[in-house]
Design a protein around this ligand. Structure first.
Ligand SMILES: [Zn+2]
Length: 138
C-alpha cells in the first residue's frame, strides 16, 4: 500500500533510460532517484533496497507502474523467493529423496533423523501405537 502514497516528483523521459525522482505524497520523506527502461524492463533505485534485500522497493514499483510494466520482470524475482529455491537446498546438502549413494553418514543422519522424530511424536500420541512400539523394542 505504500506504493500508492508515492508520487513521481520529477521526471526526465528523454532517452532509453528514463529518470524519475520518487517520494512520498505530502511529506518531506527522502526522495530517491529511479532509472527505468521500458523496452528492456530494467529499473534501478538509489535506495539500493533490491541490491541489499533482494526485493524491489516501493520506489521501483512505482516507476514500473508508471512505465506500464504490470508484471515484475523475471530478473527481479530471485530464485530464493521461488519454489525452485528448495531444489537448490536439497542439491547442496545431498538430501536427494531418490537416494544418493554418495551421501556420507552426516547427510544420511540429517535426512533420517527428522523422520524418526515424526514417528516418535505420532507413537507417543497414539496409545495403541505406543504399545506396539514398546513391544517391537523388546
Ligand atoms: Zn527505492
Amino acid at each position: 500500500m505504500k506504493t500508492l502514497s508515492l508520487v513521481i516528483k520529477e521526471r526526465n523521459e528523454m532517452g532509453i533510460l528514463r529518470e524519475y525522482v520518487v517520494g512520498s505524497f505530502g511529506t518531506n520523506d527522502p526522495k530517491y532517484k529511479v532509472t527505468g527502461g521500458p523496452s528492456n524492463e530494467v529499473v534501478n533505485c538509489a535506495c539500493n533496497h533490491f541490491e541489499t534485500v533482494g526485493i524491489l522497493c516501493c520506489h521501483a514499483l512505482k516507476v514500473l507502474d508508471n512505465l506500464d510494466i504490470k508484471l515484475i520482470p523475471s530478473a527481479y524475482i530471485l530464485k530464493r523467493w521461488t519454489r525452485e529455491a528448495r531444489d537448490g537446498i536439497l542439491e547442496k546438502h545431498g538430501l536427494d529423496t531418490q537416494g544418493n549413494g554418495d551421501m556420507n553418514v552426516t547427510d544420511r543422519y540429517r535426512e533420517v533423523c527428522p523422520k524418526f522424530v515424526k514417528i516418535a511424536v505420532k507413537g507417543s500420541r497414539a496409545h495403541k501405537l505406543f504399545g506396539d512400539m514398546n513391544l517391537a523394542r523388546r
